[in-house]
Design a protein around this ligand. Structure first.
Ligand code: PLP
Length: 293
């Protein structure tokens, strides 16, 4: 079992507090209804990775469910940097959650209640993920989620169930399937490399979260002259793929070598995902550290 890594300084509604002292009322709508939005930015060698796009997606998700964004981009970034300093965070994640706020438990509430903001850091190996050298095994599961998956809602029950199933199967991720086609990973964007060396990923729509790492990796792919095709792919197509991989802030780009017990791409991490990952990391490391800005 992962234990909570206190001591830790967290952020709650304007205050930086020891984790043990941080409190949210039980009437918070995030707790009662999953009525909130979250965002996760990776930290690597003291740098916030792709942070502005993450904060812009936070803004879009909040607007999507009618919660006022309490802070500007600069204010969010200042709090994130303070949390990095307070927790001496070099590598890991910064989690942001904004809920609609605290009100008597009723489905509706007035539009002007103040949103709840919670932020914390997590120490995690982002670059040296243990699955990287051998590649990840994954399973496919039915996509049980709601119809607005482009909104990064804290209501993650379907993903929790998918991840539990993956864990029980001893694999790293679950790809979710609807009408025979992969939508995305439980917490990642799904990619294939075809026999024609095309990189395939599903186009953006309300069916998937617009992954920030997806966007960054697509930019890298285009910059190095790889062919990218945005189209849905079926579960059957995975078997014929040269490579499979997934992207997310916390895993960057992870090779997939086995799906539902069947080998993909010869059972070895492929050259395309390795190149994409290396180029992406090289570009990230050219950015200044947050404490040097
Ligand atoms: N898709 C889903 C459903 C996710 O939950 C996530 C990340 O948590 C992603 C895709 C990847 O998004 P990002 O690259 O912005 O981390």
């Amino acid at each position: 079992m992962t234990r909570l890594h206190a001591p830790r300084i967290v952020y709650v509604n304007g205050a930086f507090l020891p984790f043990e002292e941080a409190r949210i009322p039980i009437m918070d709508r995030g707790f009662l209804f999953g009525d909130g939005i979250y965002e996760v930015t990776a930290v690597l060698e003291g740098r916030l990775i792709d942070n502005d796009p993450h904060l812009l997606r936070l803004d879009r998700s909040l607007a999507g469910i009618g919660i006022r964004n309490p802070y500007s981009l600069a204010e969010w970034t200042a709090i994130q940097r303070q949390l990095m300093r307070d927790n001496a965070l070099e590598e890991g994640l910064i989690y942001i959650e904004v809920t609609r706020g605290v009100y008597e438990r009723e489905f509706t509430c007035p539009p002007d209640i103040p949103p709840t903001v919670v932020m914390f850091t997590q120490v995690k190996p982002v670059r040296d993920n243990p699955n990287l050298t051998r590649g990840a095994a994954i399973i496919t599961v039915p996509d049980l989620r709601w119809a607005r998956r482009d909104i990064k809602s804290t209501a993650l029950l379907a993903q929790v169930l998918a991840k539990q199933e993956a864990k029980a199967a001893g694999v790293a991720e679950a790809w979710m399937v609807e009408d025979g086609f992969v939508t995305e990973g439980a917490s990642s964007t799904a990619f294939l490399v075809t026999e024609n060396d095309e990189i395939i990923t599903r186009p953006l729509s309300q069916a998937v979260l617009p992954g920030i790492t997806r966007m960054a990796i697509i930019d890298v792919a285009k910059a190095i002259g790889l062919r990218l095709v945005e189209r849905p792919f079926s579960v059957e197509e995975i078997a014929t793929a040269r490579e499979a991989f997934f992207t997310s802030a916390s895993t960057i780009a992870m090779p997939v070598v086995q799906v539902d017990g069947r080998q993909v791409g010869g059972g070895q991490p492929g050259p395309v995902v390795r190149a994409l990952r290396e180029r992406y990391l090289a570009a990230v490391m050219e950015q200044p550290r947050e404490d040097a800005r």
